[in-house]
Design a protein around this ligand. Sequence first.
Ligand SMILES: [Zn+2]
Length: 459
Amino acid sequence: MTGSLRFLGASGTVTGSKYLVEAGGKRLLIDAGMFQGERRWREENWRDPQLDLEHIDAVLITHAHIDHTGILPRYVAQGLTCPVYATSATVEMSQLLLLDAARLQEEEASYRLESGKSRHKPPLPLYREKDAQAALRLFRPVPLGKAVDLFPRVSATWRRTGHILGAASIELVVEGRRLTFSGDVGRYGVPIMRDPEPVDFGDLLLIESTYGDKLHSTESASDKLAQVINDTAKRGGLVLVPSFAVGRTQLLLYQLRDLKQRRKIPDIPVIIDSPMARDATTIYSQFPDEYDEEALGLLKRGEQPFMTTKLRFIQDRQESIQLNSIHQPMVLIAGSGMLSGGRILHHLKHRLPDPKNTLLFVGYQPKGGRGDWIKKGNQSATILGDEIPIRAQIDEISGLSAHADRQELLRWCRESTSKPGKVYVVHGEPGPASSFRDLLIKDRGWDVELAGYQKEVLF
Ligand SMILES: [Zn+2]
């Protein structure tokens, strides 16, 4: 045995990804994710990590999603000073996401101060914008596909997983032992992103299992999008899409451009009402190395993959509110994707009462949330303090997930030419995680266990 690995998150749940590796006299943190969702997990963000943060030697990040990076600013405020290694696109994307996460933390704390709803007196943010800025100064870009020497006898290789721009698995070689961290695995054969790259597994594999028990819908997202837009435009209505800024918005723009070019939908305005989606789209445009053949082909022909006709990005809030007076067919994409806040709320308030319009879901809606309530067919919803009648059509495109499903995860495992020594299933709720563990045992004959929160294993 050479070293140890401790599961500090994404064990029994899908958020809070972080693992401490200790070997060869070095202490490395792989991902530094924030817990999200259920309260009992969110409370873990506040716990003293007992990590001796001053003596962590390096942080290695798989991708920019907050459940993989979002606790970094807090760790930096508590003493972490080491370099944070990530692919160039992840470094750029983290600028956007970590600063946004800090602002949300601060806003929430001041809301709790005003409303008196807090267990902390006075209510505190998990971290502030200045902490996120300090964390971002520690980021160091690494190339994809090349071993990076971090220390003597410690190297790491990032390989594309196609999940979001910059997302990668990490193969860590320390003191001659080889550890693979899958990060979040993306889809095969989807627009824009290349397929997940295979990895030769070594002594230890940590694999995600978000959809370890599920197969994604096989319906064509593009056909469904066209059908919803055409039906709504015929009624003279508007298609309102609550969308996630990173990944989903760019995918929609890509498909809208394609549908318009093929004359499958009318040339109606496409409006992006989210500064973060606008910035994420700019970052997506800056990394063509990440694109698949089809998207690269567009660039070669002088076309912009995310640029469609009559596309408009909305800047300030005032301009956003002015959209309420426009009554003509258009596609309006606004954040937040889960209807938990942001500009989508005032659009819902104005557009839901009109049966000509369509509210089109393109992403996961948590149980008990506002999106779930609307999808269930309720007649009204409370939005920004008012009871709003729901008369608009409600529809959904279900095949747009950025996560591999059960079969795609298995494909990624099968494409590896070597059998891993020991496998731990991480980043899944208990049901999907154990279902995927059983599949790996049955299909691959691997030595697989579920990761246990705060448990330590040797390698
Ligand atoms: Zn992710």
